[in-house]
Design a protein around this ligand. Structure first.
Ligand SMILES: [Zn+2]
Ligand SMILES: [Zn+2]
Length: 83
């Protein structure tokens, strides 16, 4: 046993990692995940933390999706703000 124990398994990629949520310091705290993404993760992986590479990948996906949503006019938006 040496260093931080990889005592958790990432439910997304299956890789071992250590979540420091109980140490009050975790890599996931440093990521600025969107509220929607956090909600989605809580629904998909209840009570679980993902490894940092998965969180980063999801964060990038989420940001790209948001950017696409902002630039692409959606006809199915019921609350579209009109100028
Ligand atoms: Zn992972
Ligand atoms: Zn964590």
């Amino acid at each position: 046993m040496s260093g931080a124990a990889l005592d958790d398994t990432c439910p997304r990629c299956g890789g071992g990692f250590h979540c420091g949520v109980n140490d009050a310091r975790c890599d996931c705290f440093g990521l600025n995940l969107g509220a929607e993404l956090k909600q989605r993760l809580a629904g998909e992986y209840p009570g679980r933390c993902l490894c940092v590479s998965c969180l980063k990948a999801l964060q990038e996906e989420d940001e790209a999706a948001l950017r696409r949503r902002e630039t692409t006019p959606t006809a199915a938006s019921p609350s579209a703000i009109r100028p």
